[in-house]
Structure formats: structure tokens, C-alpha cells
Design a protein around this ligand. Sequence first.
Ligand code: FMN
Length: 186
Amino acid sequence: MRYYDVGDRPPHFNHFYPAVPVVIGVESGGRINFMPAVWNVGLSFDPPLFAVGVSPKRYSHGLLQAAASFGVTFHPAEQSGLVQRLGSTSGRDTNKVAAFNLAVVRGKALGVPLLGGFYAAYELEKTDALVTGDHTLFIGRVRGIWEDPDAFTGETLDPTRVRALLYYGRYRYGYPAPALEDLGEG
Ligand SMILES: Cc1cc2nc3c(=O)[nH]c(=O)nc-3n(C[C@H](O)[C@H](O)[C@H](O)COP(=O)(O)O)c2cc1C
């Protein structure tokens, strides 16, 4: 075991990975942009709230500040290369939709841009933007949910049908084992 005495900054901050990244889709001023965010979290069932932590350094940050709504999409591990491209280029100097020939799906509830290829997606009405250290937590109320019925058994993702993309940090990706331990009552 190694121990780090943390002063201002930890030497690295990847211990809470692997985690499932979303791809944020946001539109403002006629511009659509997509960026992956692994700092994402469900916050409330009623009302249904979901949030993403985005650094002010990202081009998406300004769009998220200006927009009233945004989308998030969940992608299978087969799309790791696409997620990596979206997370290593900036909308500030590249129109990613044109450059990567992205399939844009329009939300039904809010018309938000959703990156095609997802197994699930949320349309979010922005309710708050909280500054949390060097990131901003953009909180959205879920107004529309998309899910691929073939990907889910009942309410939960079926790992034998879809390999959810996992992010390990430092541009490393994987997916969960297909085995499930079901300890529910049935
Ligand atoms: C898998 C992955 C997850 C990421 N998660 C976050 C995140 O949660 N928050 C963040 O601010 N940046 C995150 N990034 C970095 C941004 O996605 C990246 O800087 C991106 O190029 C920003 O695009 P933009 O400038 O067009 O908004 C992540 C990158 C990758 C590859």
C-alpha cells in the first residue's frame, strides 16, 4: 500500500474510476458541440436530476452556460474511439459534427442534440450551475429518456447484450464483465 500526504493537489486523482462516461450534447448560438464527461452523477429521483461536472476550460462550458437545456448519451464500448476523439479535440477550433461526420439525433422533449449510437440518453432542462472547485456542476431535470429496449432486461442494463463503456482515466477504456450477481427478491 502507498500513502500520499495531500497538500494542494494529489499526484493523481483516478481512484474513483472505472466509471461510465456520458457524452454531453449542447447547442447555443447555432453551434452544436459534443464532449465526454466522466464526472457525471444522478442526484435525485423526484424530481429526476442528473448532473455533469465541466471545467471552464472546455468550449462546452460556455455553451452550457448559455443553453437552457442539454443532452447526455451513454455509449457501448465499441465506440471508445469516437468518445476519445470527442474528448481530445475542442469545439473551439474544430467543428466536431462536421469533422467527424457525427450522427446527431434530435431530442423529442427539448430538441437537444444527442450523439447517435447511444444505448440510453437523457434530455435535460438546466436547473442549476454550481461552481465546485475548478469545475461547474451543471444540473438538469430529466424531461425525456431514451433507451434501447434490446439493451435492458427489465429496468437494468444487460451486460450480456451491451458492453457499457468504462473509463479508467488517462485515456484508458474498458467494459464490465458480462457476469451479473442478482441478489434481488425477483
Ligand atoms: C472519457 C473522457 C471523460 C472526460 N470527462 C470530463 C469531465 O467529466 N469533465 C470535463 O470537464 N472534462 C472531461 N473530459 C475532457 C473533455 O471531454 C475534453 O477536454 C474535450 O476535448 C472538451 O471538448 P470541448 O472543448 O469541445 O468542450 C473527458 C475526456 C475524456 C476522454
